[in-house]
Structures are given as C-alpha cells and as structure tokens.
Design a protein around this ligand. Structure first.
Ligand code: TXD
Length: 318
C-alpha cells in the first residue's frame, strides 16, 4: 500500500484523509502541530472504516519522522481566510509555516510528489519548491481544479446540464485574476457560445458566472465565517494524488513551474498539466486568443507581484 502524509490536519486535511481512506488510495499519516487534531481525526476516520470494511491504516502525529518515505505529501498547513480577508493577506504567516514544512519533509521524503494547497497558493507553492529544493516536476499547487469545479458547477446550474458533461478549465493564478476560459467550454461537446447564440443563456449571465467563480472562495468564507472551503479543495487534491499514484496521466489545471512555456520562466502559475508516475510529466501549452492572453498576462503579473512581496519578507527566496 502506498503512503500519503497530510501536513495539516484541519478542515481540508481531515477531509483529504477521509476521501483517501474510502477510496483505499493509500495509508495515511495525518501530521499537525496540534498533535491532538492529527491523532483524533486519524482515530475517528480509522474507526469509521469498520462500517464498510475499507482496508487503510491511519495515524496522527506531530513528528516528521512518522511521515518518512511518503509517496505523496499534501500540504494544507497554514491559516485560512476570515471574512473580509484576501488570499494574499495570508502571505506573511503562511510563508513562515511553509518554510517549516519544507524543513520537515525535505530529508524524510525526498522522493515524494508534493501537492501544496496552502494559500496564497501560487506563491506558497513556489516558496515550497525553493525551500525544499525538490525537483520542480515533483512540486505542484492545487487550485485550478477547484476553480474549474466551481465554474463547471455554475455553468451546469445555468444550463440545467449534468456537471459531468461540462468541460472546461481555469488558467492563471488562484486569485481574483484567475482566467476561466468560456471560449473553450463545452456542454455535451457543444460550445458554450452556441448556448448564447440560441438564447439558452446570455453573455451577461456568463460574465456574472465568471465573476462568481473568481469570488467563489470568498462566497463560502462569508457563509462559514470561521473558515474557508474544504470539501471541493480536498476532492481536487485527491484527484491529483490519484493521477500520480495510479499513473493515470490525467490533464488537470494545476499550479506548475513554467520553464519557457507561455513565454514565462521560473514562475508557478495555473496551466493544464499531465500528472503521471513521474509527477508533472508535461505542461500543455495552449495557443491563447487575444482576450485569453491579456487576462493570462494580468494574472501572471499579479502572481509575480505577490512573489516580489514574498521576497521582501524572506530575501532567501531570491
Ligand atoms: O484552492 C486552494 N488552494 C485553497 C487553499 C482552497 C481552500 C483553502 N485554501 C487554504 O488551505 C487556506 O487558505 C489555508 O491556507 C489552507 C488550509 O485550509 P484549512 O481550511 O484546512 O485550514 P485549517 O482548518 O485551519 O487547517 C490548517 C491546519 C491547522 O490544523 C493547523 O494546526 C495546522 O494547519 N498548522 C500546521 N501544521 C503543521 N505545521 C505547521 N507549522 C502548522 N501551522 C498550522
């Protein structure tokens, strides 16, 4: 059985552990600085498996030694937003945390595929790769799958379609500048624009869906008040881990380090990638139309600006 260590056993970490267990994807180690949370959730989920007879081992710890030789590490350690906060407001605190996490995993699981979820995602995953010095193809950020799932959900609702028949993706940074791609969205293989032409929806309603997608995280934070989304983020992270562990070679929108693709070098940003047993096996380079290119560039500029802020906080990131 493979081993997945979850660094952070909070809302997303606990949900990740439960999803991994009921899919029997791997044995799970829950790690948290709050050892009680890690141990309590591991025990509760382990006991839940008796109900349906799933065969997965779970444990909780605050000792990195127990995460040793993980095949996959999924990181949610950090603080989530409170109402009124932007993802970027988390930078200072979560940058320090991700440095600690990198120290904890780099010698104990040097061959792991590392999925970062902690916000502000694009900069935190970039910092994680630099602090850990893991190969860039083995360090990836989870955001695009979540943003895409929100966009698909809203489109399916708008057109009264089954969500599995909605195909699309979101490019760019995990923030207000993210780039849903309506011109590449299909419902039952029919382009979204055809639904505007035949009057099933309007450009204004699609524009409002794009805006709602960009603010999808804040909408949930407003309802929850004490935390942010965790079911959809966890489902998204598990999809990435599964594609790696089962060598599914799925094409998924994720934050990956560009090395010349899209004319960008040495920056993590959301693009379609193929995830297989080697990690990020290919970065898919699309030919963007003028609007997409402009929006993508705006998003890249926002990620770069936030990374510059991170370098001011920790000059070692240069
Ligand atoms: O799409 C995305 N990437 C985002 C990410 C989607 C939703 C949430 N996003 C971010 O994930 C969110 O803004 C946070 O930065 C993380 C985790 O969110 P979660 O809702 O799981 O936060 P919790 O419930 O507060 O859990 C965080 C846990 C908590 O139990 C802390 O004790 C622990 O992190 N923690 C640590 N663990 C290990 N090591 C250190 N240093 C540490 N500090 C805190």
């Amino acid at each position: 059985m493979k081993k997945i260590s979850l660094i952070g056993a909070g809302q997303i970490g606990g949900t990740l552990a439960h999803l991994i267990a009921i899919k029997e994807l791997a044995n799970v180690v829950l790690f948290d600085i709050d050892e009680g949370i890690a141990k309590g959730k591991a025990l509760d989920i382990a006991q839940s498996l008796a109900v349906d007879g799933y065969n997965v081992k779970l444990s909780g710890t605050n000792n990195y030694e127990e995460t040793k030789d993980s095949d996959v590490i999924i990181i949610t350690a950090g603080v989530p937003r409170k109402p009124g906060m932007s993802r970027d407001d988390l930078l200072g605190t979560n940058l320090k945390i991700i440095k600690q996490v990198a120290e904890g995993i780099k010698d104990t699981s040097p061959n792991a595929f590392v999925i970062c979820i902690t916000n502000p995602l694009d900069v935190i995953v970039m910092a994680l790769q630099k602090y850990s010095n893991f190969p860039k193809e083995k360090v990836i950020g989870m955001a695009g799958i979540l943003d895409t799932s929100r966009f698909k959900h809203f489109i399916a609702e708008e057109l009264n379609s089954e969500i599995k028949n909605v195909n699309s993706f979101v490019l760019g940074g995990h923030g207000d500048t993210m780039v849903p791609v309506p011109n590449r969205t299909t419902i039952n293989s029919k382009p979204l624009n055809d639904f505007i032409k035949d009057g099933s929806t309007t450009q204004e309603r699609i524009d409002s869906i794009i805006d709602r997608t960009r603010k999808g995280g804040a909408e949930i934070v407003k309802f929850l008040k004490t935390g942010s989304a965790f079911y959809a983020p966890a489902a998204s992270g598990v999809a990435m881990a599964e594609s790696y562990l089962k060598n599914q070679k799925k094409t998924l929108p994720c934050a990956a380090c560009l090395n010349g693709e899209y004319g960008i070098k040495d920056l993590y940003v959301g693009v379609p990638v193929i995830i297989g047993e080697k990690g990020i096996e290919k970065i898919i380079e699309l030919t963007l139309d003028a609007d997409e290119q402009k929006s993508f560039q705006t998003s890249i500029d926002a990620v770069r600006e936030l990374f510059n802020a991170a370098k001011k906080i920790d000059p070692s990131l240069t």
